[in-house]
Structures are given as C-alpha cells and as structure tokens.
Design a binder for this molecule. Structure first.
Ligand SMILES: [Zn+2]
Length: 111
C-alpha cells in the first residue's frame, strides 16, 4: 500500500495508475513547441510499471506582449483577478520540465 512518503508531493508528479505509488520522471523531450513527451517509472519495486505521458498546451490565458506572428494558439481570456488567484495558488517546481524548451538549446528569447 502507498504511504504518505510514496505519494506524489510536488506539482507535476504522477501516481502509478496500477499501485498508486509515486512515479519518477525518467526523461522527457519536446515533440513540438506545444507538446512534450514524458516517460515515467513507478517507484514501487514490486510494481515497476513504466509509461509515456504527454504535456500539452491547451490555451493561453493572457496574450503575449511579444507575440510571434507565426504562432497562432487558442486564447481563452480570463479576468485579471482569476489569473492572479491562479498564479498565487501555483507552486514553482524547479524540477518541472519546461513545456517551451527550445529543441537543441536555450530559447532565442532567453538569449
Ligand atoms: Zn506501480
């Protein structure tokens, strides 16, 4: 049975769908700028399940101040208070894979 220490405790972590123990991200790679493949492995040695998951851009909440004219992504605007509440509730996780990593190196915007 999973215990408190075997359950996911960080945003972005998943439970094994079979035994419900914490799963570890083994690797990930960007497919396109809005889609990343993530491979997980169950931390329960008695289980050992591994699987692939996906992180997908659903829609924007606030338009970019520096939009790329080649990018056309769906936007679902929210009022400012809703966005500020969602940002305040979100926890930063330095180990979280970044959806917008530029394939092969840092993004041109970060340079
Ligand atoms: Zn498992």
């Amino acid at each position: 049975m999973p215990t408190e220490e075997n359950l996911p405790d960080r945003d972005g972590e998943l439970c094994c769908p079979h035994c419900r123990w914490r799963a570890t991200r083994r690797t990930s790679r960007p497919i396109v700028v809005t889609l990343r493949e993530i491979y997980y492995q169950c931390s329960n040695l008695a289980c050992g399940h591994t699987w692939k998951a996906s992180l997908v851009y659903d829609y924007g909440l606030v338009p970019s101040a520096i939009p790329d004219p080649k990018v056309n992504l769906p936007l679902k605007p929210m009022d400012r208070q809703t966005v500020m509440t969602a940002k305040a509730d979100a926890k930063a996780d330095p180990n979280q894979p970044r959806l917008f990593d530029w394939p092969g190196g840092p993004s041109p915007a970060a340079a």
